[in-house]
Write a protein that binds this ligand. Structure first.
Ligand SMILES: [Zn+2]
Length: 375
């Protein structure tokens, strides 16, 4: 069975809160930050509701889960304070991860800031050597994430990931987290040459290192170096390419984690599309959402078909348009919001659906008519 889930909240009652949220989306795995991703303040270990969370996970058949290290720590920094803070905090975070019983902690390798890539790679390896040496008693691996290449971040190419691994002594404790949005933004062609990209990764890093896959669509074209996630189907990768990745033979068994943005007209009405994305990518939309849901999706195909609106062409056309500053100022709405407005104005769906329900149906429309044929 496909292991798929999303980033969930670890606030309030820790693992119990996280497991509940993950189960509500129909997840078979999930990912947590053990505190706010943008700071290093952490709750004491005994207030994380580990046992209660594990109980819920067991009942729902959730086994492997993933921890993400906060993204503010920078092992690539030449500044002694920043570097030492990162090393010390990562060691604590690894002990916490071990205590929760998680095998992989995802880490953004780091950024070289005012130096250069060569310096960054060496510095990150130096940091990883220290971090690993101080946490030998744990069972935790560090999963280096493939990055988009924005700013001075390291990990934008498979070569950079391999160069770090090469320089680390205990590198049997280093794994990799592939991020689909980041790889696409870094220039890898996941749409037309997925097999080629995986073969290249295997040659340079080794596919056996891949422990986690972050599943995100991208708001930017291939090679943009931007790192802006989009819900599956509403970006440049598209539903089909993402589905091929998630179901690829060579990535079988890994936890696939969605980090897609929440969608809504206003901040307070924003909802994640995880439940729909998980069902669509695992092929159990009918079981999860029922017959009327698919009837609604068929209505959307009919509604948009009449206007000759194709999902891929519409989505890419909108992102193209938004690249132009003037056009963006005149109409800043992203693809899903525009589609939502069209659906509402055209009364394409039965009344009484919530904004979230309408957006879930639009997400399913991205999956193409195939979805209706397969059930
Ligand atoms: Zn990440």
């Amino acid at each position: 069975m496909l292991k798929i889930g999303s980033h969930v909240s670890f606030s309030d009652k820790g693992l119990q809160t996280a497991a509940k949220e993950a189960i509500s989306y129909g997840s078979s795995t999930f990912m947590i930050y053990t505190g706010a991703p943008q700071n290093t303040r952490r709750k004491p270990i005994d207030s994380l509701y580990i046992e209660e969370g594990k109980q819920l996970m067991e009942e729902a058949g959730i086994g492997e889960i993933v921890v993400h290290a906060p993204y503010i720590v920078n092992l690539g920094s030449y500044k002694p304070d920043t570097f030492e803070l990162a090393v010390g905090f990562l060691q604590e975070e690894i002990r916490r991860t071990d205590y929760i019983g998680v095998r992989n902690i995802v880490l953004h390798p780091g950024a070289y800031t005012d130096k250069d890539a060569e310096y960054g790679i060496a510095r990150i390896a130096e940091g990883l050597n220290e971090v690993l040496a101080g946490t030998k008693e744990t069972n935790v691996n560090i999963a280096l994430e493939t990055m988009a290449g924005k700013g001075t971040e390291i990990g934008r190419s498979f070569e950079e990931i391999a160069a770090i691994i090469d320089k680390v002594q205990d590198n049997h404790r280093l794994t990799v987290c592939m991020d689909t949005c980041h790889m696409h933004d870094a220039g890898y062609d996941l749409i037309n040459d997925l097999d080629g990209v995986l073969a290249e990764f295997d040659r340079i890093v080794g596919l056996d290192r891949v422990a986690v896959v972050h599943v995100n669509d991208s708001k930017n074209p291939r090679g943009a170096g931007k790192d802006r996630h989009a819900p599956i189907g509403s970006g440049w990768l598209g539903h089909e390419a993402v589905s091929r990745i998630v179901n690829h033979e060579l990535l079988k068994g890994r936890p696939f984690i969605l980090e897609t943005p929440w969608i809504g007209k206003e901040d307070k009405t924003e909802r994640p599309m995880y439940e729909a994305e998980i069902a669509l990518l695992s092929g159990n939309t009918l079981q999860r959402f029922g017959e009327p849901f698919l009837e609604d999706v068929e209505r959307l195909h009919h509604f948009f078909g009449k206007q000759e609106i194709d999902p891929v062409i519409f989505v890419l056309g909108t992102w193209e348009q938004l690249k132009d500053a003037k056009a963006k100022k005149a109409d800043p709405r992203e693809p899903m919001e525009r589609l939502f407005d069209l659906v509402m104005a055209g009364e394409a769906l039965p009344s009484g659906l919530t904004e979230e329900q309408v957006n879930q149906r639009i997400t399913a429309w991205f999956a193409g008519k195939q979805l209706l044929a397969n059930v």
